[in-house]
Design a protein around this ligand. Structure first.
Ligand SMILES: Nc1ncnc2c1ncn2[C@@H]1O[C@H](COP(=O)(O)OP(=O)(O)OP(=O)(O)O)[C@@H](O)[C@H]1O
Length: 606
């Protein structure tokens, strides 16, 4: 008896979604009955509630769309706009006349049926029912695939397919599931290449089975700009594409060096542009570019780039400025007793972007190597794209690859190139991009991304780039005129942008912010000090702002006033070590480098 009752209640709960129309109908009549018995005068409450529901549906606030994404479809909204008044009318009429008055039960049941049909027939319900059946019959599927005893403990549908968590019999291992993938595809009756298995948790006898029904990578994925209202910061991860299961490829670039590698036409420049667009959306970043194709590639970004180098001579100057910047920041952090740079709007993270790294001169590569070793903690980061990062291409003696924290590997022509780009042993561990079809597809290795999941970058068109660059243009960028002159070799082609100092008065000075400009001016001051007016000019800030910091500095002993109205730092300028003297682990020609075991910047006591 109790068993039958339990089964009945269990089914009511289990099939709650299918039975939902009956529950609404009963719920509306019962609520009406309760109102009729105790508060018949409250009948306007459901009417007002329906009005509010219609208003919210018309307004479509963000939280609603996130909670019920299906409401993005007009058909679903239309259904909801009919359903809410129908329920409200049933409750209100039952409250006034009683739930069994006249034909109310019949008409309300008919209305319930009308709204139940689209509910039962909606697409995700059909998919859900199908996946539920798959889950229930999974024991047979597992048996056919040679994984006898395995059961699917949960399953859910996603945009592109479904996934289920599988527990195997003790004695079976995740590796058995990996080798059973073709058999699983056959047992599930799915297409070749549609089944993925991923390790979940530490339990070796568990895995996530993912079936991709609609390949999200089948067609290029259009660029999705950030909404104008959403504030972006480099301290948050950004989305550069979509994994093949439809999940976003979300990567943190905070204090990270980035390497993009792949064969020609694999989509390196496309991915570089997507990352650049995401970085441009972040207000707390500054971007310098090196484009040795005479500036043609980066010209559309001239509104965003603060510096642009188009030949090896200006590239060396730019990279030297990068080294100077990181040394200034390191000294500043040391003075403040801090170890890491936290990017802010006027103290941004600096990205130095280098397309076709192999084209850089030997001196330029040495400077880039120095930035790779020491720039991370002070948020001076490299963003490099190259075809084959062999030791020769990266520069003899370079340890640059080993310092790259985020690595994207697009299609490569030869399998060993995977290890060159992603690091030693990756190919053996299943990271293989040789068979990738279509540009923009990649594997990404970064913190928290330890399994090979195929991603595809958004396709950003020239029009998208122009729009992003205009929307997020920086007031101290290379101007269009200068960009044009660079490309045509005009009069100002020696222009190398701004790096702070008096010429930047009225704009945020350089890429380190007014705090550091103040510190530089105080540190470079003569023994008799400098007047406050000069400090205002160097920082672009007002008298009060400068005085406040001078007083704080005097209190903590870092600033002194040698004579009335004049100021200087108590610390003397440190002589930066020439970048060329940097030494570090050297990897073998063509062989993947050892991964860094600690923060490279830590060596410099920042
Ligand atoms: N994410 C993407 N989705 C679809 N198509 C893409 C994507 N990225 C790039 N493409 C297309 O692929 C082609 C090659 O792209 P791209 O120039 O970025 O490759 P590359 O690896 O930089 O080539 P090269 O080494 O010759 O400079 C272009 O036609 C581009 O439109």
């Amino acid at each position: 008896m109790f068993w039958v009752l339990g089964m009945g209640l269990g089914s009511f709960y289990r099939y709650r979604s299918e039975l939902a129309p009956a529950y609404w109908w009963l719920g509306a009549l019962l609520t009406g009955a309760w109102l009729h018995a105790s508060h018949p005068g409250w009948w306007p409450v459901p009417v007002v509630a329906a009005g509010v529901a219609l208003g919210v549906l018309a307004w479509r606030p963000g939280w609603l769309m996130r909670r019920w994404p299906l409401l993005a479809r007009w058909r679903v909204r239309l259904w909801a706009a009919g359903f809410a008044p129908a329920v409200a009318a049933t409750v209100a009429l039952a409250a006034v006349y009683g739930p069994s008055a006249g034909d109310l039960p019949t008409y309300s049941a008919l209305a319930g049926l009308v709204f139940a049909v689209p509910w039962w027939w909606r697409e995700d319900r059909r998919r859900l029912t199908r996946v539920r059946l798959i889950r229930e019959r999974f024991a047979d599927t597992a048996e056919q695939a040679g994984l006898g005893g395995a059961r699917m403990v949960s399953a859910q549908i996603g945009k592109w397919g479904w996934s289920g968590r599988v527990k195997m019999r003790r004695g079976q291992h995740y590796a058995d599931a990996v080798s059973a993938v073709p058999a699983l595809e056959s047992a599930l009756g799915s297409r070749v290449g549609s089944v993925r298995v991923e390790q979940v948790a530490d339990d070796a006898a568990e895995f996530l089975l993912r079936l991709v029904e609609t390949d999200p990578h089948a067609a290029p994925i259009p660029w999705e700009p950030r909404t104008a209202t959403a504030k972006a910061s480099i301290t948050d991860p950004v989305t550069v594409g979509i994994f093949e299961d439809g999940a976003p490829v979300t990567v943190s670039f905070l204090r990270r060096h980035v390497l993009i590698g792949g064969a020609t036409d694999s989509g390196k420049s496309g991915l570089l542009n997507v990352i650049l667009a995401r970085i441009a959306e972040c207000g707390d970043t500054a971007v310098w570019g090196i484009d040795l194709k005479k500036g043609m590639e980066l010209a559309p970004w001239s509104n965003v780039l603060q510096r642009l180098a188009t030949d090896n001579e200006s590239a060396e100057a730019l990279l030297q400025a990068g080294v100077d910047e990181l040394e200034k920041r390191a000294e500043f952090l040391t003075m403040r007793g801090r170890r890491e740079w936290y990017p802010k709007f006027d103290e941004p993270q600096l990205f130095i972007m280098i397309d076709e790294y192999a084209e850089l001169s030997r001196k330029g590569q040495k400077l880039a190597d120095s930035i790779a070793r020491r720039g991370r903690a002070v948020a001076v980061c490299l963003l490099i794209a190259t075809q084959r990062p062999t030791q020769k291409a990266m520069g003899e003696g370079s340890a640059l690859r080993g310092q790259m924290n985020v690595r994207f590997c697009l299609r490569v022509n030869e399998a060993p190139d995977v290890d060159l780009i992603l690091g030693a042993g990756k190919l053996r561990a299943g990271w293989d991009t040789t068979g990738f079809d279509g540009p923009g597809k990649f594997l990404v290795s970064a913190a928290g991304m330890e399994t090979p999941r195929r991603g595809r970058a958004y396709l950003i068109t020239d029009a998208d780039v122009t729009e992003t660059a205009i929307t997020h243009s920086r007031h101290d960028s290379v101007t269009m005129r200068q960009a044009a002159e660079i490309i045509t070799g005009g009069a100002d082609s020696g222009f190398d942008g701004r790096s702070g100092g008096p010429e930047a008065i009225g704009t945020p000075p350089g890429v380190s912010g007014p705090e550091m400009a103040l510190w530089s001016a105080l540190r470079d001051a003569p023994p008799e000090g400098v007047p406050v007016g000069s400090l205002q000019a160097a920082t672009g800030r007002g008298r009060r702002w400068v005085y406040k910091r001078l007083e704080t500095g005097r209190a903590d002993g870092t600033v002194t006033s040698p004579s009335y109205g004049r100021w200087r730092a108590t610390m003397t300028r440190q002589q930066p070590a020439p970048a060329e003297l940097d030494t570090g682990p050297v990897d073998q020609e063509g062989a993947p480098p050892a991964e860094p075991t600690q923060d490279p910047a830590g060596d410099h006591g920042l």
